[in-house]
Design a protein. Sequence first.
Length: 134
Amino acid sequence: MPDMPVSNSGAMPGWPRPPACLRAYDLGRPPNGARIAVAGLVILRQRPGTAKGVIFLTLEDETGAINVIVWRALYERFRRAVIAGRMLHVTGRVQRESGVTHVIAEIVEDISPLLDRLLAAPKEAPLSPAPVGG
């Protein structure tokens, strides 16, 4: 996976966002069925016994929550990212039903290494010279 730049767009400066990802706040904009990409921290994983192998993920970006559905066949293909990823990049289709918006996953990528950038110590600003002749 290519190195993805840290973007200063959106609500939080320095929030790591892969290029061309839609923010949670903007999920209402594309039409039903549109192919989009989203990214966020994994805040919830659910695999109900009655869901026949379907995984429900909730991602969170700087603007809100994103509901993601991962079908069984796709889960098998991207199992490691779905199970272990702390931050995911998901490409899929918008589905709106009964006032709820989901992303039906087609590709799931673990982008957790971007979180390390948030933990990295910021570079110290150079010291300003002392005023002369005060």
